[in-house]
Write a protein of this length. Structure first.
Length: 205
């Protein structure tokens, strides 16, 4: 494959990544830090549980429980240059549990688990060749979803929007032993362009 063909093949993914960055900036400008503290946050494109609490992810018979354990904002933004967009850097750590057999039970021995880190930094490169040098994908078993600072997970899987496949439910549970996917009081959210930013206090989860 020629260099030109490789670029044409990767260009749609580049545009998707850039679009997610621009959308995340627009959403961030509308967020209320005071309301977000200690609350779950749901926007039209993502959802997040409070720090230390599980966010449930459902795709068909597959379910994941993701809990962010720490996050960091570097406050290192710099002026834009021809080779860097200059945005500040963010990072977070998380743990995950995956159940894919259709039982939706995290108490079974076939549950997979792990830990991960995500980060976002300035774009590097020139013009259309700009790209991210950080890894902003939350991995849970075979699922790979986008991350938004500080504890939000997007409806984008593998860099592509899954309008109806991905469902997200913030919870107030801190231990995987507490997680009950079929709990009636859980609020499951799907991608919804008309949904306004929603804050859910911990005691309402």
């Amino acid at each position: 494959m020629t260099s030109s063909a490789k670029f044409q093949a990767s260009f749609p993914l580049l545009l998707t990544g850039l679009s997610m960055i621009f959308l995340s900036e627009a959403t961030s400008q509308q967020l209320d830090p005071a309301k977000a503290e200690g609350s779950a946050l749901v926007t039209w494109s993502d959802a997040g549980a409070p720090l230390g609490k599980f966010l449930l992810v459902r795709k068909g018979i597959e379910v994941c429980a993701v809990r962010f354990t720490a996050h960091n904002r570097e406050r290192d933004a710099k002026g834009q240059t021809p080779f860097s967009s200059g945005e500040e850097s963010f990072s977070a750590s998380y743990e995950w549990f995956y159940q894919g057999d259709g039982s939706q039970s995290f108490s079974k021995q076939n549950v997979k688990s792990g830990r991960g880190k995500v980060s976002k930094g300035p774009l590097r490169g020139i013009g259309r060749l700009a790209f991210e040098t950080s890894d902003s994908s939350v991995r849970c078993g075979p699922l790979r979803l986008g991350w938004m600072y500080p504890t939000r997970v997007t409806f984008y899987e593998g860099g592509r929007l899954q309008r109806h496949d991905i469902e997200l439910a913030p919870t107030n549970w801190e231990s995987i032993d507490q997680v009950r996917v079929n709990e009636k009081r859980l609020q499951w959210f799907k991608y919804d362009e008309k949904r306004e930013i929603t804050y859910i206090p911990s005691d309402k989860l």
